[in-house]
Design a protein. Structure first.
Length: 332
């Protein structure tokens, strides 16, 4: 693998040359970026040399001083933090998996939107939508798993800063082992005492535990018990389920009077809820890690890291439309 030289650090505008001698095992990642002349540059290695090509990223992480396209791009605190402060190869590899899951969140929503708007034959939609909703819960559970894999690596290798003399206990590889005791959700104090965790990190587990429990219940029913999502109804206003549906009964999502005249509920509020909660989970995770562990200086300065996913535009549109109606098309 090619190791960037000090000259490379100076030629790539977003890298911080002062960090070159303070990498401590980190490997800064070559990313598309928008330079100070507002030009897109994509650095990559050829024949043991960094070269640059002109090109606009289509579905990629990129560096820029501000977001390039708010309709398709998103700022995630976790990506910004890892690429700047924690670009260890073993962490970046885990991050790639997490980025893929985030991409799938928005893709699932886009596929459901497209199936409604562009397929006039609604008769065969139920199975297609059902499989997408089931996959959405599987992806959400996978995000928790990826974050736990990442935190165990951080925990083993980074210095704790919460107080002097602190002795770290080894964290389990699975998120569930931290939040459950005898198959019941643990209290904040139980989590702190069992793993000797600093309160900010323990609070991350405690605050995210109830949602994890609900997601895990649905996911385990799908993966381990052969119980699929209940029947999806398809009609002119959109895709819907009954009030007793698996996807709603364990979640506090519905507003009063969320049903239509046939006692059916749009699936859209749940899709928005899960995606929004997963993005919030990533943010809370990053804040908790930063508050208890010490990391080297930033390798990237004056720039932020953004993630471009073309399907985000479907999510943004859904969020706006949900301010007026829970359905794709309100015929009332």
């Amino acid at each position: 693998m090619y190791a960037l030289t000090e000259d490379d650090f100076r030629s790539i505008e977003y890298l911080n040359p002062e960090s070159f001698n303070q990498l401590y095992g980190r490997s800064p990642v070559l990313l598309p970026y928008k330079n100070s002349n507002d030009e897109w540059k994509i650095p990559f290695v050829r024949n043991n040399k960094v070269i640059f090509i002109d090109g606009i990223p289509q579905a990629s992480v990129y560096c820029a001083k501000e977001i390039d396209d708010a309709t398709t791009d998103i700022y995630l605190n976790l990506l910004d933090f890892i690429y700047k402060r924690s670009s260890y190869p073993y962490i970046v590899k885990l991050l790639d998996s997490l980025k893929y899951d985030v991409h799938k969140l928005f893709t699932i929503n886009a596929k459901i939107d497209i199936l409604y708007k562009y397929n006039q034959d609604k008769e065969c939609m139920s199975d297609l939508i059902q499989s997408e909703i089931e996959y959405l819960f599987i992806v959400c559970k996978s995000i928790y798993d990826s974050l736990q894999n990442m935190i165990t690596k951080f925990w083993d290798r980074n210095v704790i800063v919460i107080r002097k003399g602190y002795i770290k206990k080894k964290l389990p590889d699975t998120y569930s082992k931290i939040i459950y005791k005898n198959k019941e959700l643990s209290s904040l104090n139980e989590i702190i005492e069992r793993y000797s965790l600093p309160e900010p990190l323990a609070n991350y587990y405690y605050e995210s535990g109830r949602l994890f429990d609900s997601i895990k219940t649905v996911r385990d029913d799908i993966v381990h018990h052969g119980k699929g999502i209940d029947y999806i109804f398809s009609y002119e206003k959109g895709f819907a389920v009954t009030e007793e549906s698996t996807i709603y009964k364990n979640f506090d999502v519905l507003k009063k009077n969320s049903q239509n005249q046939n006692n059916l509920i749009s699936i859209r509020p749940m899709i928005k809820y899960l995606i929004t909660e997963m993005l919030s989970l990533l943010d809370n995770y990053t804040k908790s890690i930063n508050s208890v562990l010490k990391f080297p200086m930033e390798t990237i300065t004056d720039y932020k890291i953004y993630l471009r996913i073309p399907q985000i535009k479907y999510y943004n549109r859904m969020v706006k439309e949900l301010e007026k109606t829970e359905w794709w098309h309100d015929t009332a």
